[in-house]
Design a protein around this ligand. Sequence first.
Ligand SMILES: [Fe+2]
Ligand SMILES: [Fe+2]
Length: 268
Amino acid sequence: MANLLFVGDIVGDPGMKITRLAIPRLRQTQALNAVVVNAENASDGTGLTPNLYRQLRQAGVDAVTLGDHIYKKQEIIKLLAVETEPICRPLNFPDVSPGKTVAWVPLPEGNKLAVLSVMGRSFMRHVDCPFAALDQALEQLHSQTRHILVDVHAEATADKIMLGRFLDGRVSAVIGTHTHVATADEQILPGGTAYITDVGMTGPYDGVLGRRYDRVLHTNRTFVPTSFDVATGDPRLAGVIIDLDDDSGKARSIRRVMIREVDLSASA
Ligand SMILES: [Fe+2]
Ligand SMILES: [Fe+2]
């Protein structure tokens, strides 16, 4: 069996700090074989820098996905293209968008995990068709591995459920990101694919989706723009742990994990 941890959208310094603290411990206590994180908000709330990417790798992260904020810190563009770096861009961006579409992670028994990211189309930028992009990608990937994880970065719950059903039995796990609030619908779909609509945010929970409440409120009430600085209070890590069968790549279990920094400090 292979034990995977997927960690939801890492937001700013508070998100980076709890990730650095929690991942090494979780790798030990949960006997993890692979750790994948969505880091699209790691750098001050938008984007990811090469320096933060290195910090994640040093903390025990095996692969990184992103989302609509992918290119906000442009220094990352060069790194996205490096074949050996396990970081990928959404599959259904235009062909000319910088970055690879698959990140590879070695698993036990000589298996390997393909990590993909795909964006939903409702209430988001007009990306290419996710269904066609996934069909095309899976046709190639299935000759290489049955262990495949897809990060579905989407705003609409129905988009995510639909993509989960579309991929059921064809991939190991479909994990929703982007809305920053964990949903309670983790399950194994009928075809053996682990699924959750949103894995939740890794960052400060004393705010609005990771941003300062007072700033967001001011702008919403007055229409006067402010900078939505990253909040600081109550940092938590949100993720799911998925157990995959070595031979089939199908999921046997999925469970949610929520770790509060205050609990980590107490047990240190
Ligand atoms: Fe996003
Ligand atoms: Fe996000």
